[in-house]
Design a protein around this ligand. Structure first.
Ligand SMILES: *Cc1c(COP(=O)(O)O)cnc(C)c1O
Length: 413
């Protein structure tokens, strides 16, 4: 019998994991249970894709309506001053900071993760001008690796894979805290210390960890992340960039747009960087996207992050325990080494996922053979993972995925 020794509501024994009533009881005792009501979740859907696009915060439509009608409609261009649009990259940054272990004046919001990666890696490289190597992880989310590849080519740097484990001639290292495919989680503190001891700068991508657990990038040199996954900022919501205060007045923003200028409305002929993290702003913020993000951050202000992690681990253990040997677990078996999603391998992963979605269980598929289930602890219940696992077992057991209507690939998997 497997003993799962975790903080409340554990320990549970594996035979108890199978019990739906036990899951309902866990939901009733869940200290995070009220947060589910903050989100719109369609009837009949078990939404296990919050690691890709978070759910809609219930008050986001009203928040967006206010920006459109009361601000844009009524204040027109005056909104840049009177509605705080101009300062949004910094005010939203200060609200995200506590979610990643950072302080005020250390995070700027805008653009996309890919753009923030370009900024962070270029800035880190310039802070180590005597070194000509950038380390990346070929298994990372492709855009991370592609962005580093493009920059290394443009700068004439060597691009080295992290698997080589050599950092002594390296300028900068870019890694993800949680692997988007397998859910494997790096030890941020330990890896940062090792990279920095070799004289390199450490850049963390926290796209798959922020909002799923407490994150601490305060020892890193830079960090980037998106806000539309576990943070629930809405499709295409802006990304964030953390710059350690020790670099802020030295680091160069190669995307030297007017928003990072010391005096954007001085309209000077030359670029002069602003002080602090503001210099990493690039251009006009996407005000409508910020409105939805602000609504999500209203919720985050009240979330006890340590409870989030305990629940995330518990949800993962229940789901993995129920699936058992029916599928090969591609994620680490040790929950401490995982993020908040589970990945399983199946040679027919795509039709299996389509068959699941047809039955109300929404996960996603990542080529070549990975089924991913995101367990957003803010709004996923214990009974949801119980029911999802049961439906998955049925789809596998009865081979419901063999129906030919599930074979055709859609553009977004
Ligand atoms: C989701 C994700 C991105 C997204 O990049 P965009 O520029 O927003 O398209 C980048 N990196 C990682 C690790 C991600 O998980």
């Amino acid at each position: 019998m497997v003993q799962i020794g975790l903080s409340p509501p554990f320990p549970l024994r594996s035979d108890q994991l199978l019990d739906r009533d036990r899951c309902l009881a866990l939901d009733a005792e869940d200290p995070l249970r009220e947060f589910r009501d903050e989100f719109v979740l369609p009837e009949g859907v078990i939404y296990l894709v919050g690691n890709s696009l978070g759910a809609l915060p219930r008050h986001a439509p009203e928040r967006v309506r206010r920006t459109v009608e009361d601000e844009w409609g009524a204040q027109l261009v005056g909104g840049w001053n009177s509605a705080g649009w101009f300062e949004q990259p910094l005010t939203a940054g200060d609200r995200i900071a506590p979610l990643i272990g950072a302080g005020p004046g250390q995070v700027v919001v805008g653009n996309t993760t890919s753009i923030a990666i370009h900024q962070a890696v270029a800035a880190a490289a310039r802070l180590r001008p005597d070194r000509r190597v950038i380390v990346s992880d070929a298994r990372n989310f492709p855009t991370d690796h592609y962005m580093v590849q493009g920059l290394a080519e443009a700068l004439g740097y060597e691009l080295r894979d992290v698997s080589e484990g050599r950092f002594d001639d390296v300028a900068a290292v870019l890694l993800s805290e949680v692997d988007y495919r397998t859910g494997e989680r790096h030890d941020v503190i330990e890896v940062t210390a090792r990279v920095q001891a070799a004289g390199a700068l450490m850049i963390w991508d926290v796209c798959h960890s922020v909002g799923a657990m407490p994150v601490d990038v305060s020892g890193a040199d830079f960090a980037v992340g998106c806000t539309y996954k576990y943070l629930n900022g809405g499709p295409g919501s802006p990304a964030f960039l953390y710059v350690n205060p020790r670099h802020q007045d030295e680091a160069v923003n190669v995307l030297s747009g007017w928003y990072g200028h010391a005096e954007p409305f001085g309209f000077e002929p030359g670029y002069r960087p602003a002080h602090g993290v503001r210099r990493f702003a690039v251009s006009t913020p996407h005000v409508l996207s910020f409105a939805a993000l602000e609504a999500a951050l209203d919720v985050w202000e009240r979330v006890p992050l340590h409870l989030l992690r305990a629940k995330s681990v518990a949800l993962g253990e229940i789901f993995a325990g129920l699936v058992g040997d029916a599928l090969e677990l591609a994620s680490p078996a040790d929950p401490e080494r995982r993020g908040s999603h589970l990945a399983f391998r199946h040679p027919h992963g795509y039709p299996v996922m389509r068959a699941l979605i047809d039955r109300g269980v929404h996960g996603d598929f990542r080529a070549p053979d990975i089924l991913r289930f995101g367990l957003a602890p803010l709004y996923i219940r214990y009974v949801d993972v119980h029911d999802a696992a049961r439906i998955l077992l049925e789809v596998l057991d009865k081979e419901l995925w063999r129906d030919e209507k599930y074979a055709r690939r859609l553009a977004v998997t």
